[in-house]
Design a protein around this ligand. Structure first.
Ligand code: SF4
Length: 308
């Protein structure tokens, strides 16, 4: 049993299992127009994993059977996946509330032409990743700040943040080994994005970097992997255990396999043995109460106020 699983068991043995599926996360594929150093999925333009159109239909059927409070579409950059629009169309027809994660810059790619209006028409809420609150901060992670602001402005023009049915939240991962200081980040983004640039969003989500995938390799390359893992352990907050995302969600990957969360998927961990592992074996009761596969990286979900 991992050190993290032991910590959870000492706090509440029931927390080692899922208790419901409020959120169904769907990872439609790993191709991305960027290759960020903190990406836990190691996404890049070279990744070829993709959800087939046949599987899109199966996944939408399963979403309709689960009927969670939220469908959360992720990637890669979902914008670049051929199955994205068919999937959203099916979810909308089933009246399932849907969110898409976006790095913003992918919305400006030629393949995403017309997508902003499509997302607005289907009332898809967005969780948009920002590389910083200013060009100076973002320049450490690529020249993408101006493109992100441009995409945010186009989203606002389409009704996001103005129409209550078009929610737009912003996510931020701090650079390097620092853990997110939520109050400072919240205040800075409100001033630098909101007041200075006139960019609106509904809520800021500060995300703790996961020491897996490309983030892990980045930390290893700088000799900081051990320090970062220890910082996550030191920041363990037992109060977050009840609220771990894996306990009330399920993820379906591009190949139809189930994972407890997108981080476990990236780490190569599918659901525990004995639990249906593919959409072809779907069983709601068993999946809803499955044991969760905790691992070393899970300490990123329980650091400080919790993340994930
Ligand atoms: S990484 Fe996944 S499995 Fe681990 S605690 Fe976080 S949500 Fe749960």
């Amino acid at each position: 049993m991992s050190e993290f699983a032991q910590s959870v068991r000492e706090i509440n043995v029931d927390a080692m299992r899922a208790s419901r599926i409020d959120t169904l996360m769907i990872n439609v594929g790993l191709r991305c127009n960027m290759a960020c150093s903190h990406c836990h999925q190691s996404s890049s333009p070279a990744r070829t994993e993709t959800m087939s159109l046949a599987l899109v239909e199966q996944v939408a059927e399963i979403a309709d059977r689960i009927r969670p409070a939220l469908i959360d579409i992720t990637g890669g950059a979902p914008e670049l996946q051929p199955g994205l629009r068919p999937l959203i169309t099916l979810l909308t027809e089933a009246h399932l509330p849907t969110q898409m994660r976006t790095n913003l810059t992918a919305l400006l790619e030629p393949e995403a032409e017309g997508l902003i209006d499509f997302l607005a028409e289907n009332h898809v809420r967005l969780l948009a990743s920002m590389p910083g609150s200013s060009a100076g901060e973002a320049s450490m992670r690529g020249e993408v700040f101006a493109a992100c602001v441009s995409a945010l402005e186009r989203l606002q023009d389409a009704g996001y943040t103005r129409n209550p049915e078009l929610r737009l939240d912003v996510a931020f991962n701090p650079a390097g080994v620092s853990l997110p200081q939520r109050d400072e980040i919240e205040a800075r983004f409100r001033v630098e994005l909101g007041n200075d640039l006139g960019v609106c969003y509904d809520e800021l989500v500060a995300i703790t970097n996961m020491p897996i995938g490309r983030m892990k390799e980045t930390l290893r390359g700088s000799g900081e992997l051990g320090t970062y893992r220890q910082a996550l352990r030191d920041a363990f907050n037992p109060c977050t255990v009840e609220h771990l995302a894996c306990r009330h969600s399920l993820e379906i990957a591009w190949d139809g396999t189930f994972s407890d969360c997108d981080f476990n998927l990236a780490a190569g961990l599918r659901v525990a043995s004995g639990v249906p592992s593919h959409v072809s074996e779907f069983d709601l009761e068993t999946l809803t109460t499955r044991p969760v596969r905790f691992a070393e990286h899970c300490f990123a979900c329980t650091a400080q106020a919790g993340s994930g």
